[in-house]
Design a binder for this molecule. Sequence first.
Ligand code: URA
Length: 225
Amino acid sequence: MPPRQPPDSAARHLPADPAERTIPTLRRLAAGCTACPLHLTGTQTVFGEGPERAPVMFVGEQPGDMEDEKGRPFVGPAGQLLDRALADAGVDRSKVYVTNTVKHFKWVRKGRRRVHEKPGRLEILACVPWLEAEIAAVAPAGIVCLGATAAQALINKEFKVTEGRGEFLRTPLAGWIMATVHPSSLLRIEDQAMREAAFLRFVGDLARVAEHVAGEGRPAVGEAG
Ligand code: URA
């Protein structure tokens, strides 16, 4: 049997000198990333956005249909729900960094719609050097994983949000890391009362993030005054 090819990796797109791995440079290089086949079907790379010295980084799974079109993370329905939850928790989105584990939209066509498909292990492995480089460049006090894909990429590959949700854990990547649900999981809850209860619990998780940041004397994530 021929030896198995090692999976390709975005690491080959990174500047050799870590000092050159700034967010603007990473964003420019990621725009040309061909490390996995998703660049063939995605419209564009959707890189993270937010202050380059944000105290907290929020990490989702991958861009959705609208993010793929606009080239910005969390601007579709899940992003709007995240914005509402952040606002209710007293977190100003413009003061945090928001990104994804995988930077291209993976989808299948169903009729006229492009429907989200979960990224596979090789796509995550290929793409994660961008996320690691973003974390190193921003050096946030803490990282919030939105959903299992981010938590399994950054905490451990067996991580279950149902078990480890809301725990502030140690990590070599930042001061702390915690995982909560992905906002799109809330959109899928059909029963209105259950959806509202789940939203309030999500807001509670984000409020604890804001408290954690404030307790560390880091730049606040909420509005002044
Ligand atoms: N879901 C994600 O995980 N990220 C986005 O940017 C949008 C939806």
